[in-house]
Design a protein around this ligand. Structure first.
Ligand code: UD1
Length: 313
């Protein structure tokens, strides 16, 4: 049984990973301030230790690292929204950058034992430069505090491998969706907002013409690929796109949700959001070459998500 630390482990992606590990009888410590996550997202298990705390409390986190000497660390805690980061860049920087840097430094200075550390970076690092699909060697253009912090932290995480031999890996996740995504903020993931609007007969605010392109990735695929990478020696020191490799416009996604839910979405069309990216989808060959792939196609994933919402509302 290995010991895992998951920052943001009560959130949407973090709890999916945590529950998967708990199902496999691993020992999981979750640190989460519940700003977006929920305690109920986590399965009941004697192998779970839940700490309601912010990762910006460096002293607290460092003490925990010293005490527990985790085998695996997953840096998932983050301000997850691009738009949120535009509204509050300082808070985003403290959480998405400084808190993670502190962990890297503490591991380095104290030479703590570690099997692997994984950081979830973002496809947002690619920005709006021409040329899709994006591969890991494509030029980057981080356009927001969110993207700047994701890129900087990703580089730090990988440099701590190359310079100090810390076993690290990073993934650039493309739009993740699925059960437990929190639609509470107007800046939440668009699929969680659309499904909430459909459930509650609310009007969906659509920014732009709906022709923005994304690679929507089902959260269980993300969790499985992440755990695969943690155990893959060839992944250490590398960054990987993490998506499905398939693209869809927002309009196409709305068509699928309407078909699956048998409901019609009411839309209010508003101007494009500033800092928004028009085309975002990636080349997944680097990940796929390690035998790791996303298995859930968009329609199947949306159906699973909708069924989950119907069962849990
Ligand atoms: C998303 C993720 C981000 C991730 C990135 C990687 C969220 C909140 N953001 O950013 O964490 O790193 O993918 O690819 O999950 N939209 C509307 N109406 C709404 C909300 C959104 O029209 O009410 C539009 C947005 O303007 C955007 C698209 O839908 O064009 C997707 O938005 P969003 O879900 O916020 O994701 P990204 O900005 O792509």
């Amino acid at each position: 049984m290995a010991k895992y630390l998951i920052t943001g482990g009560a959130g949407f992606i973090g709890s999916t990973v945590a529950n998967l590990l708990l199902q496999n009888d691993q020992e999981v410590t979750v640190i989460d301030d519940l700003s977006m996550g929920k305690r109920d997202n986590l399965a009941d298990s004697s192998h779970l230790r839940f700490l309601k705390h912010t990762i910006t409390d460096h002293e607290f986190v460092n003490h925990l690292l010293d005490q527990e000497k985790f085998d695996y660390i997953l840096l998932i805690g983050a301000v997850a929204s691009v738009a949120d980061s535009i509204a509050d860049p300082a808070r985003t920087h403290a959480i998405n950058s400084e808190a993670n840097f502190n962990i890297l430094e503490h591991l380095r200075i104290n030479k703590l034992p570690l099997r692997a550390l994984l950081f979830i970076s973002s496809a947002a690092v690619y920005g709006n430069l021409p040329g899709v699909p994006k591969s890991e060697t494509s030029p980057v253009e981080p356009l927001t505090q969110y993207a700047v912090d994701k890129y900087a932290t990703e580089r730090n995480v990988l440099n701590y491998c190359h310079l100090y031999n810390l076993p690290t890996v990073a993934v650039r996740a493309f739009n993740v969706y699925g059960p437990r995504q929190n639609p509470q903020s107007p800046y939440s993931g668009v699929l969680s907002i659309i499904t909430k609007c459909l459930m509650n007969d609310q009007v969906f605010k659509q920014y732009g013409d709906g022709e923005q392109v994304r690679d929507f990735t089902y959260v269980m695929d993300v969790a499985n690929c992440i755990l695969g990478l943690l155990k893959e020696p060839r992944a250490i020191g590398e960054v990987f796109n993490l998506g499905t490799g398939h693209k869809a416009t927002l309009n196409e996604v709305i068509d699928i949700i309407e078909e699956v839910s048998h409901k019609k979405l009411q839309r209010q069309i508003l101007p494009e959001r500033s800092g928004d990216i028009k085309y975002s989808y990636g080349d997944l060959s680097k990940l796929n070459n390690l035998g790791l792939t996303s298995k859930v196609d968009l329609k199947t994933g949306i159906k699973k998500y909708w069924d989950y919402l119907c069962e849990n509302c």
